[in-house]
Design a protein around this ligand. Structure first.
Ligand code: GLA
Length: 731
C-alpha cells in the first residue's frame, strides 16, 4: 500500500492522504462551489484530465476515478491530456504543435509543479507548469476558478530558452475532456442582420470545428460561444451542460473531437490558420482565455453563472449604471447638420433619455463622410455639417438637458481618405493584389505600434477636447482581406498581433477613461466576445432592430451575455406597434433610434412613461437572475423573467411570436426563481394610454410556490402581443 498526497485547490483547501492507489499519483482539483476540473499526474508526470463535472463532496475520492471513463484502450495515454502536445506519441487533435529551434517537430509535456493562490475575493488561481523533458520549453496552464459563479477561466503561457526561435503552429487556450454517452453541440451562426441562429446537433466520432477567419470579428458568421449537453439535448432546467466562450475578437478555432473511445475532447484557442508564431528565446506567448461553466441543472443555470461572472468580474461597471439614449442612425443616416441635431437633442430630452448619440457621418472634409464610400480615418468635424465643431454640439446637448455621445470607427480607413493618402503603409493589403473591400473600406494595421498610437489618439483627441462627452459607440465594419502588413517583420503574426494591438489601445484608453460608457459594435453584432467586453460596457447585438427578430437574437445572446450589456433600441425597422418594440427593447439596455417628432401623442406619452418605468425596474433587469420560461422555438410565445437577488422583485416579459389562429399563451406559464414562501402581487407595466389592464385592479396575492407550481397566464394573444408584468413581494 502506497501513500499519495492530494493537492487540492478549492474553497476549503484540503490535503489528505489515501491508500490503495495503483501508483504514485497526484491530483490537482480546480474547484468552484459546485464544479471540479481534476487533473491527474501519474508516476511519469503525465498530466491528464480525469474529471470535469460536479464537484465531489469528498475530494480524496478523485483518486478513485477510473482511467477517465475510457471505454477501451488509449494507445497513447494522451487522449485525455490536459494540453495535448503534437509530434511525439499523440494520434488525435493537438492543443499545441511546435517546431523547435533545431528543427525537431515534436513536443512532450510533463508535469513540473503547480501552485494555487487566492486571486481576489472568491477567486482562486491555479497554475500548472509543464515542460518538455528534452527541451527547455515550458507551458504553464492557468485556471482561475470563480467560486460563487461556477466559472473557470483558462489560458496558457508558452516560453522557452532554446538557442533560436521556436515556431508555434498551434497554441490553444484550453484542452478539455469529458466522457458521456452522447454529446449535443449547440452552436450559432449568422451574418449581418441575422446574428446568433442556433443549431443543435449530436457530435459523432470525428472532429467538428467552429472557427472564424475574418480577422477583426469573431462573432459574425460563427460566434466563439457554444453549449455542449451531455447524454441528452440541452434543456433549460435539467441535464448536464457546459457553456463555453473564447475571449478573443479575432480568428479562433474550437474543435470538438469525439475520440475512438467515444469520449469528448475539445480544444479552444486562436485559429492556427495563417498564424504560425515565431517565439524568440526568453519571450512569453500568452493565449487568450477560454471561459466555461458546467451545470447539471440545464442551460439556464449555465447562463446565469456567466451573467453573474460577467457583471462582477469582466464587463466594466457590470454592477453599475447605464445611460438610456437616442441614436440618430436610422433617423437621419448621413444627412444632418447642426440645426437638425439641435432639434434632436430637444427631442431626446422630451422623450426622457439620458444621452444623445451622434452616429456615422460627422467627419471628413477633403472626402466628406456623406455615405459609406469615403472619409473613414479623417476624424475631423465636417465643416459644412458641423461648422462649430463637436464642442458646440456637446454644449448644445447639455443646454437641452442631455449628454452627448459619438460614433467612431477608428480601426478603419476608406480608400478615399486623407489618411490613406498619407499612410498607405498603415493599411492591411497585399502590394501585388487588387484591393478588395468590405463595406467599401479597409482595415488599419493594428500590429504596427504607430497605428496603435494613431487609433488611441483618435479617441483620446475627441475626449480631451470634449471632456464631458458621455459615450462612445466603437464600430468595426470590415473584415480583413489580403492580410498583409507592410511593416510587420513576421507576416504570419498579423492576425494575432492585430487583436493584441487592438487590446493594447483599449487598455490604454481604459486606463485614462475608466468609467466612460463604450458600446462595442461591429456592423451589428459582428464582434461580441469576452475579449473585447473587458473594455466595453455594452454591445450592439444586431443592426436588425425589428421587434420580432430581436426577440430571437436577444434570446440567443442571453445564453452567454447579461442583459445590462445588451443594447436594445426601439426603432422603425419593425412595423409592430411601439408598445411591442419597447417591451422587447426593455429586456436589456434600452435605447431609441426613432424620429421622436413623428410619434403621435399616445405613442409619445407611452414612450415617456416607459422610460420612467424602465428607470424604476432597470436594476432588476440588469442585475437580476434571468430565467427563460418559454422558448419561442417551442411555444407560441417567448417568455423570460428577471428576479432580483433577494427575490422580492421580478420583471416578466412575454411576447407573441407566432401568428397562427389562436396562437398565444394558452395556459399558465410556470415561473422560476421566486421565493416559494413569499407572497407576490402582479401588476402590468407599459399599459398603452387609453387602455386599462384587468390585472391592475386585481388585488390577489400569489405565493411564490403557487406561481412556480401552477403558474400564471399573462394572456398574450393577437390582441395583447406583448405583456410586461412586475412582481413585488408583499412581505
Ligand atoms: C454599422 C452599425 C450601425 C451604424 C452604421 C453606421 O452598420 O452597426 O449601427 O452605426 O455602422 O455606418
Amino acid at each position: 500500500m502506497r501513500q499519495i498526497v492530494f493537492l487540492l485547490v478549492s474553497f476549503l483547501s484540503v490535503t489528505v492522504s489515501m491508500a490503495q492507489t495503483p501508483s504514485a499519483m497526484q491530483h490537482i482539483a480546480i474547484e468552484t462551489r459546485r464544479t471540479a476540473l481534476v487533473i491527474r499526474v501519474d508516476k511519469d508526470q503525465n498530466p491528464t484530465i480525469v474529471h470535469l463535472g460536479q464537484r465531489l463532496s469528498r475530494p480524496e475520492e478523485y483518486a478513485r476515478i477510473p482511467e477517465n471513463g475510457k471505454r477501451g484502450e488509449d494507445y497513447t495515454g494522451l487522449y485525455n491530456s490536459v494540453y495535448t502536445p503534437a509530434g511525439s506519441r499523440n494520434l488525435l487533435e493537438p492543443a499545441i504543435q511546435v517546431t523547435h529551434a533545431d528543427g525537431n517537430p515534436s513536443l512532450d509535456l510533463r508535469y513540473v509543479r503547480h501552485e494555487s493562490k487566492p486571486a481576489g475575493e472568491g477567486v482562486e488561481l491555479t497554475t500548472v507548469s509543464l515542460k518538455d523533458p528534452q527541451y527547455p520549453f515550458e507551458v504553464t496552464l492557468y485556471f482561475k476558478a470563480y467560486q460563487n459563479e461556477d466559472v473557470i477561466e483558462q489560458w496558457s503561457t508558452i516560453r522557452h530558452t532554446e538557442k533560436k526561435a521556436v515556431t508555434l503552429h498551434k497554441y490553444a487556450s484550453a484542452n478539455l475532456y469529458i466522457p458521456a454517452q452522447n454529446y449535443y453541440l449547440t452552436h450559432f451562426h449568422g451574418d449581418w442582420a441575422s446574428e446568433m441562429n442556433p443549431t443543435e446537433e449530436p457530435l459523432t466520432e470525428g472532429i467538428k470545428v467552429l472557427d472564424t477567419k475574418l480577422g477583426t470579428r469573431a462573432d459574425l458568421f460563427q460566434p466563439p460561444s457554444f453549449l455542449v449537453a451531455l447524454n441528452q439535448p440541452a434543456q433549460e432546467n435539467q441535464g448536464e451542460v457546459v457553456a463555453g466562450t473564447l475571449a478573443w475578437s479575432g480568428n479562433y478555432q474550437i474543435a470538438f473531437e469525439v475520440d475512438p473511445l467515444h469520449n469528448l475532447r475539445f480544444m479552444a484557442g486562436i485559429n492556427p490558420y495563417a498564424s504560425a508564431y515565431t517565439l524568440a528565446p526568453g519571450k512569453e506567448f500568452t493565449t487568450p482565455a477560454f471561459l466555461f461553466t458546467y451545470s447539471n441543472t440545464g442551460k439556464g443555470t449555465a447562463s446565469r453563472n456567466l451573467h453573474r461572472w460577467a457583471r462582477k468580474f469582466r464587463i466594466p461597471q457590470g454592477e453599475g449604471n447605464r445611460l438610456t439614449l437616442l441614436n440618430n442612425w436610422e433617423a437621419t443616416y448621413f444627412d444632418f447638420n447642426e440645426e437638425k441635431l439641435s432639434a434632436l437633442f430637444k427631442d431626446g430630452k422630451k422623450l426622457g433619455v439620458d444621452l444623445f448619440l451622434l452616429d456615422d457621418g460627422w467627419f471628413g472634409n477633403k472626402y466628406p463622410r456623406n455615405n459609406d464610400r469615403a472619409g473613414l480615418g479623417d476624424w475631423q468635424e465636417n465643416v459644412k455639417k458641423l461648422p462649430h465643431g463637436l464642442g458646440y454640439l456637446v454644449k448644445e446637448a447639455e443646454t437641452a438637458g442631455i449628454r452627448f455621445g459619438i460614433w467612431l470607427e477608428p480601426e478603419m480607413v476608406s480608400p478615399k481618405s486623407e489618411l490613406y493618402e498619407k499612410h498607405p503603409d498603415w493599411v492591411l493589403k497585399l502590394p501585388n493584389r487588387q484591393e478588395y473591400y468590405f463595406r467599401n473600406q479597409l482595415v488599419l494595421d493594428l500590429s504596427n505600434p504607430k497605428v496603435q498610437d494613431f487609433v488611441y489618439g483618435v479617441v483620446d483627441g475627441v475626449m480631451s477636447k470634449n471632456p464631458t462627452l458621455g459615450y462612445i459607440k466603437w464600430d468595426c465594419n470590415a473584415v480583413i482581406y489580403n492580410a498583409f502588413s507592410a511593416t510587420n517583420p513576421n507576416p504570419s503574426h498579423v492576425y494575432v498581433e492585430y487583436v493584441q494591438g487592438l487590446y493594447k489601445v483599449l487598455e490604454r484608453l481604459r486606463a485614462k477613461y475608466p468609467t466612460l460608457p463604450m458600446m462595442l459594435c461591429s456592423g451589428g453584432g459582428g464582434r461580441v466576445d469576452y475579449g473585447a467586453l473587458r473594455y466595453f460596457t455594452e454591445f450592439w447585438p444586431s443592426d436588425n432592430t425589428d421587434g420580432m427578430e430581436r426577440i430571437f437574437i436577444q434570446w440567443n445572446y442571453s445564453y452567454f451575455f447579461p442583459s445590462i450589456a445588451t443594447c436594445n433600441h426601439v426603432t422603425d425597422w419593425g412595423k409592430q406597434p411601439i408598445k411591442f418594440r419597447t417591451d422587447v427593447a426593455m429586456m436589456g439596455k434600452l435605447g431609441y433610434d426613432i424620429v421622436v417628432s413623428k410619434l403621435d401623442e399616445k405613442e409619445l406619452q407611452f414612450s415617456q412613461e416607459a422610460l420612467k418605468t424602465y428607470d424604476r425596474i432597470k436594476n432588476v433587469v440588469w442585475q437580476g437572475d434571468m430565467f427563460r420560461l418559454a422558448s419561442p422555438y417551442e411555444w407560441d410565445v417567448a417568455s423570460l423573467i428577471y428576479v432580483s437577488e433577494p427575490r422580492d422583485r421580478a420583471v416578466w416579459f412575454t411576447y407573441l411570436t407566432k401568428s397562427r389562429y389562436k396562437a398565444g399563451s394558452v395556459a399558465p406559464i410556470r415561473l422560476q426563481g421566486l421565493d416559494p414562501a413569499k407572497n407576490y402581487t402582479v401588476r402590468e407595466l407599459n399599459v398603452y394610454p387609453g387602455l386599462t389592464s384587468r390585472l391592475n385592479n386585481d388585488t390577489t396575492v400569489y405565493s411564490g410556490n403557487y406561481l412556480m407550481t401552477v403558474g400564471f397566464n399573462p394572456n398574450v394573444d393577437a390582441s395583447r402581443t406583448s405583456v410586461v408584468l412586475e412582481l413585488t413581494a408583499a412581505n
